[in-house]
Design a protein around this ligand. Structure first.
Ligand code: NAI
Ligand code: MG
Length: 505
């Protein structure tokens, strides 16, 4: 494969990245690198330039079948969850974390090229958090315990054990390619499962590189498999395959519904981490300087392509103008540019031409329904015209009923809306089918606790936004998902409980 010509403003590609992009990339199945059986491939694009980065195999149903067979064989042989001790499994996962850390610059360049995000952000946020995730779950392998149950049948001894579910198909999105994969892979591995990872078609590269690190770390073949391919083909075939015991999915609610429908015939376990329209509430008594910066990054962090984007911003009316002005000033300082450019921007492009069209469609819809932008609202041109760049956009004059205030935009767009009193804003904040995250900014402890209790969302942030930690559970209420990732909850998500009865008298 000939390498694309990158803009002169780009930092140098690492030799390993150059070599990787120049190779014929393959699927990773049962510890072997193989092309798709049909020979089909697809292109992955650099969203900063619109140019093709690489071709990767397009897995079809028969490739999914091969991967499922490999993973099943490994699982059934017990090579991972039975033949290795818990300590040995933990050490392998830890070694993988070490390798991720050692190759951070490579992984960061791959995600920056594929997704468009600033390479520095990928290297200082995405990759270290991924390594951390593996380390956290490496520690869990030796701590997955059952219980002895005081049953009331005389002479009976009853205990529980937690066992792996089996073969897990993990389907992940493109917004944090490596990190979203890590969130699922690490607990699934710790619980003893075998894995088939299906990265998003927009960002397949770091998943393929990760497979090399699994190989280098010395995992038994078949424990970790990667299928690059489209959702409607590779993803759908994984969901329907009777040899897959569980699907772990992060992505859109509409695909989640399809997954639930398509998993019905096999009744496989499904966990879902979906999006939201998260309310972020600023009270007049808050540290407003802190709230302005916090709300800006709650809205525009990762270009708004974040499931927890604080995209409904409620501001107490008497400070509304002041706060909106402050946010507009912050936004004016945001530098948008190519993720790989030497002079690092704060935000890159959105991930694809499709996403650009979706987000610009929402912006047009906002204007058409009477919303006004205090800043932003346009696609960026000039040197950025070939990429998918959008100005960070702050809308005011927005009613809660507008499409831009109800639907997940997943781009750099926030709706700022005034409120008058606490009960009103609490009601409005909860008036959504979603429930992933919610937050508030206040100095009043009673308000903080009351809202923490009454907001219907899986994560509440108070005087902060966006924090996550491998140790803290994360997931959605209502239509934002099923199940909790991270923390010890994710061990439950990736294991079955067995209850054992023994006549002991
Ligand atoms: P998507 O939900 O289509 O993609 C997520 C993953 O699902 C990808 O790996 C894709 O290949 C796979 N997939 C697609 N169709 C499938 C199917 N029928 N069966 C199995 N797997 C399938 O998301 P998309 O289209 O890339 O983005 C559209 C919108 O989804 C975004 O604008 C955003 O609102 C939302 N989204 C939310 C995310 C989150 O973190 N909650 C992440 C990505 C997208
Ligand atoms: Mg790409």
């Amino acid at each position: 494969m000939t390498l694309p010509v990158f803009p002169e403003t780009y930092i140098d590609l690492l030799p390993e990245v150059r070599a990787f992009l120049g190779e014929e990339l393959k699927l990773y199945i049962g510890g072997r690198w193989v092309p798709a059986l049909s020979g089909a491939t697809f292109e992955t694009v650099d969203p900063s330039t619109g140019r093709v980065l690489a071709r990767v195999p397009s897995a079809q149903a028969e490739d999914v079948d091969a991967a499922v067979r490999a993973a099943r064989q490994t699982f059934d042989s017990g090579a991972w969850h039975l033949k290795l001790t818990a300590s040995e499994r933990g050490r392998l996962i830890w070694r993988l974390a070490d390798l991720i850390e050692a190759r951070a610059p490579i992984l960061a360049q791959l995600d920056a090229l594929d997704n468009g995000k600033p390479v520095k952000k990928a290297q200082t946020v995405d990759v270290p958090l991924s390594a951390d995730h593996f380390r956290y779950y490496a520690g869990w392998t030796t701590k997955i315990e059952g219980a002895t149950i005081p049953v009331s049948t005389p002479g009976m001894f009853n205990y529980t054990v937690r066992e792996p579910i089996g073969v897990c198909g993990l389907i992940v999105p493109w917004n944090y390619p490596l990190l979203m994969a890590a969130w699922k892979i690490a607990p699934a591995l710790a619980a003893g499962n075998c894995i088939i990872l299906k990265p998003a078609e927009q960002t397949p590269l770091s998943a393929l590189y990760l497979a090399r690190l699994f190989e280098e770390a010395g995992f038994p073949p078949g424990v970790f498999n990667v299928l690059t391919g489209y959702g409607e083909t590779a993803g759908a075939a994984l969901v329907e395959h009777p040899g897959v015991d569980k699907i772990g999915f992060t992505g859109s609610a509409s695909v989640a519904r399809t997954i639930i429908r398509n998993s019905a015939s096999t009744l496989k376990r499904v966990s879902l981490e979906l999006g939201g329209k998260s309310p972020n509430i600023i009270f007049a008594d808050a540290d407003l300087e802190q709230a302005v910066v916090g709300a800006t990054w709650a809205s525009f962090g990762n270009n708004g392509q974040s499931c927890t984007a604080g995209s409904r911003l409620y501001i107490e009316r008497r400070v509304f103008d002041r706060v909106v002005e402050g946010i507009a000033d912050e936004v004016a300082k945001i530098r948008v540019g190519m993720g790989m450019q030497a002079e690092q921007p704060d935000l890159g492009p959105v991930v694809s031409g499709d996403q650009l069209n979706t987000v610009m469609g929402y912006i047009q819809d906002g204007y058409a329904s009477g919303a006004q932008s205090v800043i932003g609202g346009k696609r960026l041109g000039g040197a950025l015209a070939d990429g998918y760049f959008i100005e960070p956009t702050v809308f005011v004059n927005v009613q809660d009923s507008l499409k831009i205030a109800r639907e997940e935009i997943f781009g750099p767009v926030v709706c700022a809306m005034p409120f008058d009193d606490a009960d009103e804003v609490l009601w409005r904040a909860n008036e959504t089918p979603f429930g992933l995250a919610a937050g508030l900014w206040t100095r009043d402890l009673a308000t903080a606790h009351r809202f923490a209790a009454k907001l219907r969302a899986g994560t509440i942030w108070i005087n902060t936004w966006g924090d996550t930690d491998a140790a803290s559970p994360f997931g959605g209420y209502k239509q934002s998902g099923h199940g909790r990732e991270m923390g010890k909850e994710a061990i439950d998500l990736y294991s079955e409980v067995k209850s054992v009865w023994l006549r002991a008298d």
